[in-house]
Design a binder for this molecule. Structure first.
Ligand code: ADA
Length: 556
């Protein structure tokens, strides 16, 4: 299942998900002679019992059929590196686990084709600059998100971006990029339907082989989108024989002083951080589990999720659109160092990740802000050009959403002037200070922000929390016990929601997730145990504490 709604009515899309042939390979160039095993797509080979924790290359194989038309293979995510071969010929290479890419097979080669995908989850900074072994989360390997085959008509739509111009009156601007075969007609009809009603019908001259057009449109019966009433509208564009349907929400998000305004009203973001991970499925959560996660979030009285630390699956965003959850969508990164940020290859990989993330998530009303570079070296002046470049690219691609980055450099940070929202990852009561002294530490932090003039923008506490082993209680209620975590979050959250500058909180974290072997010391069970639920989604004591505080926070 590729999306949670039909996104094409005319274009033929074949879901290639299922059980594919599989084999380990000695390197990411070699196609094995035999494929003796089977593997789910989407899925993570190193989360499957046969290859638990395996780091290295592997090969997947399946077959598909085409007629004489051009076809497009769409991969929603392959971790970390993908080399795609059709009928033995290399046709694509992609690096970066959590974003979509595609490859076109030209018209005129009808028949049955062999598709082989060589996948590598090895840590190789040169081939895959976004993924490192030192991360505090386990990056699983495999074809982790769906794969589909699109049959493209002579003129086809590449992408449609829908920007809301007027959320009250339903004013939209559609940007539609198209391409055509060299011998295709040079004029086609463009029809735009909003909620099934034709609002635009006009001819499009397409003398070139690719181009784009801007079309203003009005939603006939506009209803705004908000967490309380997540009304969705459908926008369908038909271009010749092709079409594309997007679901949109009419809403506006902006920053004013220290507030985040949603549809002109200040909103408190009551949230958690969420890794897309599960012991059985790795990064490839089935939609059932995505929905279960959302139901847990709603139970917790959350209205906000920070997608840590990579772009979340678009099907999860589809559900957030439907359920009225607000999302911080973040490009893949974790504690990048100055040498990373001054490396052109690293910056280029970040830019590619940003471009692909924005392309795949820009039409989701749930996405209300973009984030980059979790906990990078933002206290080092040499890293400023990288921050300028990456935040600049986000603003260029999408001027309609605020941008931010989660900093753990606190009062020594150098780049807060570049962000719309100041986001701080802090762990008082856990890595430093204790339950008695943590609010003093927090008071000092606020004072420091004020002295530096950083009290004029909204502040999100983008991480804070404590480790708790599910079911662990002891006489002292010490660290790693459920009561300690519950107490720490009680103190922290009650203090935070009382600060006028604090526009939101994202607790670290929604549920426990596997960490990397390099972090095993200090990570009992090799897990990051700061979840409000454990990795099997069993709630800990802190769950009800947070639920009660967030019920108050969202009314603030
Ligand atoms: C950081 C980091 C998280 C996690 C957390 C922790 O803030 O961004 O991914 O590692 O620390 O548990 O210490």
């Amino acid at each position: 299942m590729l999306r949670l709604f039909a996104d094409h009515e005319r274009r033929l899309v074949q879901d290639l998900c299922g059980i594919w042939d599989f084999a380990l390979t000695p390197d990411r160039q070699t196609v094995p002679d035999e494929f003796p095993e089977r593997m789910p797509v989407p899925g993570c080979y190193d989360a499957m019992p046969a290859h638990l924790d395996y780091r290295g290359p592997a090969a997947y194989r399946t077959w598909f059929e085409t007629d004489a038309r051009r076809h497009r293979l769409v991969f929603e995510g392959v971790s970390h590196i993908a080399r795609v071969l059709v009928d033995g010929q290399p046709v694509a290479w992609h690096s970066g686990a959590f974003t979509s890419f595609h490859v076109d097979l030209p018209a005129g080669i009808p028949g049955r084709h062999e598709l082989v995908v060589l996948v590598d989850n090895s840590f190789d900074a040169e081939a895959s600059p976004l993924h490192y072994s030192y991360f505090d989360w386990y990056t699983y390997g495999g074809i982790i998100r769906p794969v589909a085959l699109h049959r493209l008509p002579p003129v086809w739509i590449e992408q449609m971006t829908v920007q809301t111009q007027d959320w009250r009156a339903g004013g939209l601007n559609l940007h539609i990029a198209w391409s055509r075969e060299a011998d295709a007609p040079t004029e086609v009809e463009v029809v735009v339907l909003v909620d099934g009603e034709i609002v635009v019908k006009e001819p499009l001259a397409c003398p070139e082989v690719a181009g784009s057009l801007e079309i203003p449109a009005i939603v006939p019966d506009p209803k705004p989108w908000s967490p309380a009433e997540p009304n969705l509208h459908t926008v369908q564009v038909r271009l010749g024989e092709d079409d594309l349907i997007e679901r949109i929400g009419l809403r506006d998000v902006r920053v004013e002083g220290t507030q985040i305004l949603l549809n002109d009203e200040p909103i408190y973001l009551a949230g958690v951080n969420r890794h897309e991970a599960h012991p059985q499925f790795g990064h490839s959560l089935p939609p059932e589990l995505m929905l279960a996660d959302i139901q847990w979030l709603k139970k917790l009285n959350c209205n906000f999720v920070r997608g840590s630390h990579y772009p979340q699956d678009v099907r999860f965003l589809d559900l957030c659109d439907e359920q009225g959850l607000l999302v911080w969508q973040e490009a893949t990164s974790w504690q990048a160092r100055p040498d990373h940020l001054s490396d052109p290859a690293f910056v280029a990989a970040q830019l590619q990740c940003i471009d692909e993330m924005v392309a795949q998530s820009i039409n989701h009303p749930s996405v209300i802000m973009w984030g980059i570079l979790n906990e990078a070296a933002s206290d080092d002046p040499t890293t400023r050009p990288a921050y300028e470049r990456l935040l600049g690219r986000l603003r260029e691609l999408d001027p309609s959403r605020p941008v931010t980055y989660a900093s753990h450099r606190h009062l020594t940070d150098q780049h807060f002037d570049l962000a719309d929202i100041i986001s701080l990852n802090i762990y008082p009561g856990w890595y430093f200070a204790n339950l008695e002294t943590m609010t003093d530490w927090l008071d000092n932090l606020m004072q420091g922000l004020k002295e530096r003039g950083w009290d004029k923008k909204p502040l999100i506490f983008s991480e804070f929390g404590a480790g708790a082993i599910y079911g662990w209680h002891d006489a002292r209620n010490g660290k790693w016990s459920e009561p300690y975590q519950a107490k720490l979050l009680d103190i922290a959250l009650n203090w935070m929601i009382a600060q006028p500058q604090v526009a939101g909180t994202a607790i670290w974290q929604f549920c426990d997730c596997l960490s990397s072997p390099e972090r095993a010391t200090g990570r009992p069970r090799e897990f990051n145990n700061k979840g409000l639920l454990d990795e099997y989604r069993r709630p800990k004591l802190a769950f009800d504490v947070v639920r009660e505080i967030y019920a108050r926070a969202i009314k603030r």
